[in-house]
Design a protein around this ligand. Sequence first.
Ligand code: UTP
Length: 296
Amino acid sequence: MHERITKAVIPAAGLGTRFLPATKAMPKEMLPVVDKPAIQYVVEEAVSAGLVDVLMVTGRNKNALENHFDRVAELEATLKAKGDDAKLMQVNASTGLAAMHYVRQGDPMGLGHAVHRARMHVGNEPFAVLLGDDLIDERDPLLRRMLDEQVARDASIVALLEVDPDQIHLYGAAAVEPTDDPDVVRVTGLVEKPVREAAPSNYAVIGRYVLKPDVFDVLERTAPGRGGEIQLTDALMTMAKDVSGTGGVYGVVFRGRRYDTGDKLEYIKAVVQLAADRDDLGPDLRSWLVEYAVGL
Ligand code: UTP
């Protein structure tokens, strides 16, 4: 029931400083999670929710991202000549996935600034934003639910995850009011990376949004906030107050599996968990993990 929404915006222009030196010459979104770059999981998620028009916001080192979703004729020809159909399929999987578009951010002036770069492409329709380093397990679909809520409520939608209060300083935290749906809350306020004592709740905003195009005007008026960056959280805070009749902001509470591949420890956990669940790698990895853990 969300025929109107077809566009996904994926900001992937951050500096990835938490993952240096790996991200010195490569975007963190290209780090392999088992055997696929993180960004491919994210594009696959968008496509499986029906978003077949993908705009990626890129920064320096954009070539690796663009190349990954493009054809590599030489590699295809070699694999074809060898008759290696399995590998050929793997190579082609990312090529025809979606209609891919790219826009440069220039200076990485914050997530809000990156989203604003999508204005020309998106136009005047609701759209999804998926952060390129935030993976949602395909077994726990979230985006489709958010798209449905956007249509039903004619509001902007964020994804919320209940985190340990000790972790809330790593996220945007939401002040919320219940609705008559236990999985949906109304967002009344947002604070970017608050200290534990200042957090309005332990509901953390995670990297999926379905936004009304009003966000672009709001972002234009949003001054640089925390870290001197234009924060999407600050624009959403304005929209949550709904002074200009943009429908407000609602949160879909996510209770599934999520992996933050922009953080070293979380990245390692993601690779291990996803590999352990795979039919080809899981059995050997799981038995090795048990042996290894005993020796720790
Ligand atoms: P992060 O804050 O996780 O990205 O932004 P970062 O700044 O690259 O990471 P660290 O903290 O230095 O390690 C969340 C998402 O927004 C994108 C990032 O690429 C990431 O997917 N982003 C962030 C932009 O596209 N542009 C920006 O200016 C900032």
